[in-house]
Design a protein around this ligand. Structure first.
Ligand code: SAH
Length: 222
């Protein structure tokens, strides 16, 4: 994959337009909008897609996976209510665009990918090498979380799940939140669950989204 690594006036203009569009679609959190205005989405895409990088659509990134639609990234980032130095676990690194937006918001990000090739692509070719020392990549099964680094303030799942993975709830701090697209293959409801100090779970539901499914186990060949 060939990536374009310069940020021209055209890119900046297209990005500013995208941010205005996200605001119009209801994204109100200024810090999220600002972070997305800083992170060059075209650096995560093949150069062939360069001129579409700031359209509000998802794109293929190889290995049958996609880079999420900007609106979805904005929506999830907003629900995460990131504070500086929040310790965040992300399931489904994919292109690492979402992880980078959270890192730009000041979070410490631990992101897991089950597909080895996608993981290696980020280890070798992450476009902002050295810029976000608090962003760390892991290869593994997100259903298991990262017990060595737990507990987390917040967890974000960027693949569709039919139920809340038990091990992830265990790795959440009291008052921690988990944001996840919850539902069936063809459609999920964006959900935020807060783990109250007494262990009770408080659930809030937001709009409908469509994600690729969260799959069990790792894929060493993809
Ligand atoms: N956050 C990504 C988009 C994710 S697409 C971005 O910003 O581009 C969903 C990703 O979740 C895919 O890369 C898929 O391989 C990964 N995935 C699916 N099931 C997983 C699991 N059990 N553990 C870790 N990653 C998983």
């Amino acid at each position: 994959m060939l990536r374009r690594q310069e940020d021209t006036y055209k890119h900046k203009g297209a990005r500013a337009k995208l941010i205005a569009e996200l605001e119009q679609k209801g994204i109100a959190d200024k810090s999220v909008l600002q972070a997305m205005n800083k992170v060059q989405r075209h650096y995560f895409l093949d150069a062939a897609l360069d001129k579409f990088a700031y359209e509000d659509v998802a794109f293929p990134i190889g290995n049958d996976q996609t880079i999420s639609q900007p609106y979805t990234v904005a929506f999830q980032s907003q629900l995460m209510q990131i504070k500086k130095l929040d310790k965040v676990l992300e399931i489904g690194t994919g292109s690492a665009y979402q992880a980078t937006v959270l890192a730009e918001l000041g979070a410490q990000i631990y992101t897991i990918e089950r597909q080895k090739e996608l993981y290696e692509k980020n280890i070798l070719g992450y476009p902002f090498k050295g810029k976000y020392p608090m962003l760390k990549f892991f290869y593994g099964d997100g259903f298991k979380g990262l017990p060595t680094y737990a507990p987390f303030d917040k967890i974000l799942i960027t693949a569709g799940v039919s139920m809340v993975p038990e091990k992830l709830l265990e790795q959440l701090k009291p008052n921690g939140i988990i944001v996840l697209p919850l539902g069936e293959e063809d459609k999920q409801i964006m959900t935020r669950i807060t783990k109250l100090p007494n262990g009770e779970l408080q659930t809030e539901s937001f709009g409908e989204f469509i994600f690729v499914p969260m799959l069990e186990g790792v894929n060493p060949k993809g």
